[in-house]
Design a protein around this ligand. Sequence first.
Ligand code: GRF
Length: 190
Amino acid sequence: MKRIAIFASGSGSNAQKIIEHFSDDGDIEISLILTNNEKAYVLERATDAGVPSYVFDRELLYNSSKVHDILIEIGIDFIVLAGFLWLVPLDILRSWPNRIVNIHPALLPKFGGKGMYGDKVHKAVIEAGEKNTGISIHYVNEKYDEGEIIFQKSFEISKDDTPETVAERIHVLEHKHFPLVIEKLVKDLQ
Ligand code: GRF
C-alpha cells in the first residue's frame, strides 16, 4: 500500500476529490489530512470521509520535527499540497525528495510566488490581459511555486470572465486532473 498525506489550509475541495478518487483503490490510500488552520473546512471533509486529520501551528511545523515524525510514523510515501499556504520545511523536503507536489491555479512560472493565492491570482491574470489561464501541478521545493512543472492544462479567458468565474473554471480542471496526475506519479514510485 502506498500512503499519501494531503496538506490543505482551507476549503479542501481538491482534497475531497483526491480522497474520493482513491477510496476504492487497493494500492493507494489517503492516510492523513494535515492543516495549519483549525477552522479549515477540509477538516470536516476529512471527518466525513473517515480520514484522520492533524492540526499544527508554526511552532510545530518550523521549530520542531513533530510533523515530519508523524509522516514517518504513518509511513507516508507521497505528499500532496492542495491549497496549502505555507512553505514546506526543509526536514520534510529532504525526506520526500521528488515526492511532494502542489497545485497552483495559474500557468506557472507566471502568477506564482508568495501572496499569490486564491482570487488574487485570477485578478492578476485578468488585469494583465492574459489570453489564457489554467492549472499547474509541480514538484515542491523551498520556494513558493518554483519547483519543476509536471503538468499544465489551460483554457481561453473570455471577455465575460471575472475572477469568480475563472476560479470556478479552474476548480473544474483541478478536480478532473489532479487525482489522475497523483495516481500516475504514485504508481510510478519505486
Ligand atoms: C486551488 O485552486 C489550488 O490551486 C490552490 O488553492 C485552491 C484550493 O482550493 N492552491 P480547495 O481548498 O481545494 O477548494
